[in-house]
Design a protein. Structure first.
Length: 124
RNA sequence: UAAGUAGGCCGUCUUAUCGUCUUGAAUUUUUCAGGAAAGGAAAGUCCGGACAUCACAGAGUAGCAUAGCGGAUAACAUCCGUCCAGUGUGAGCUGAGGACAAGUGCAACAGAAAGCAAGUACAGUUCGGCUGUAGUGAAACCAGGUAAACUCUAUGCGAUGCAAUGCCAUGUACAUUGGAGCUUGAGGGUUACUCGCCCGAUUCCAAGGGGUAGGCAGAUAGACUCCAUAAGUAAUUUUGGAGCGAGAUAAAUGAUAAGAGUCCGUUUUUACGGAGACAGAAUUCGGCUUAUAGGCCUACUUUUUUU
RNA sequence: UGACCCAUGGUGUAAUGGUAGCACUCCGGUUUUUGGUAUCGUCAGUCAAGGUUCGAGUCCUUGUGGGUCAA
């Protein structure tokens, strides 16, 4: 299993993101929320993921960048829990809900919980 | 030594593992090798340029900006020198600092009177209603005050901005309804108005409806930095040498571990714990403004303490 | 990324450079057995810091916060 997070695995299309927010379903595990949609996007990765940190909660660009970097790191390390039992291709968006920074250990636990919830929903 | 003034500089570093971008090779699952990775303000968008399109942008009016004098510059509201004014014991600091001797307006309260005319008290007197003083006020017999009031003078400014602009790809509807026009000109050329100029018939306007919203170029090496040299009081410029190199696009520049160094606290050999500012490129450059823990260097001022 | 606009008591809204008003709300009286209604009164404000001016809500500069537009 590779712990990579390259261009192929990022969600970039504006159109796809609009569709995702209209039609997608969501699961949450505080302080994160995952919105996802089953879609054959044609790429090689099983999941295309985008990250988002709202400007309302973090005023400064430095803080937003920091959160996104930490989230990306945590996702990269725990990606296999999302992907291993997955059927078909998905696009997803990961949102940050809290207004202060969490440390990486706590986020890792929450991320694993999020993955479990996500997999349950996809099997239905 | 203390307090202060002006100017300049730094603003954590090294290694390993994992990750990001990129170049080349092999190959098309990917692998191997090499390389790169935020700032002094990247910020605010307050000025001025470069660049692009509109006619390599023309005229007039309107509008906007600047304002002692001289210089620097691609340009500026920036910078340098200098005069004057204000301020500080001083080193210094601050200044939109032209014109009210063209016209119009404004002046609360107080005051006789704040603008065209009038007039109080006292004193002097050559006895002419002349001269001086007092009182109010920011300003009063004076060519009054006021232009960050209208205005005038001088100088400058065409408009719009990289979501500019050019090319390629994909896709639908050369379809529907109403109206205008076809060289005697509908309409358009993003401009505040008028003119001028240019384009213009498979055309233009309105309504409802349908489609695309991807890629490439623009785009990363430039009025750059440092040193020496010559000119200049200086800003800056000339010549020579050396050096630097982010380029993403739902948006990279990161995470973890170890070590070193700085500061603070406890302890006072040593050890332990903690801290590390403001802040994140988006076409680009020169400035301005604002934020900034802590530290270093240079020159100068003042007073007193110590020697 | 670029262009632009706004800010006055708790809320809404006025004010030629010359004493910051008005309405509602809040609070306290009066009326009422009590509450409401009515009526009287008080408190409370120019987003911040500089500059021009004799004197700024108003003019100028810089900042803060909020909002709008754009292929």
């Amino acid at each position: 299993m590779k712990f990579t997070f390259g261009k192929q695995e990022k969600l970039k299309s504006r159109k796809a993101i609009e569709q995702l927010f209209i039609e997608g379903t969501s699961v949450s595990s505080y302080p994160m929320r995952l919105v996802f949609l089953k879609q054959n996007h044609g790429g090689e990765a099983p999941v295309k993921l985008g990250l988002s940190v709202p400007k309302k909660k973090f005023n400064k660009a430095v803080d937003r960048n920091r959160i996104k970097r930490v989230l990306r790191e945590v996702y990269r390390k725990n990606k296999h829990t999302f992907v291993k039992e997955l059927d078909g291709q998905y696009i997803a968006m990961l949102l940050y809900l809290d207004s202060k920074e969490w440390d990486q250990e706590a986020l890792t636990k929450k991320m694993q919980k999020l993955a479990e919830k996500f997999l349950e929903k996809t099997k239905l």
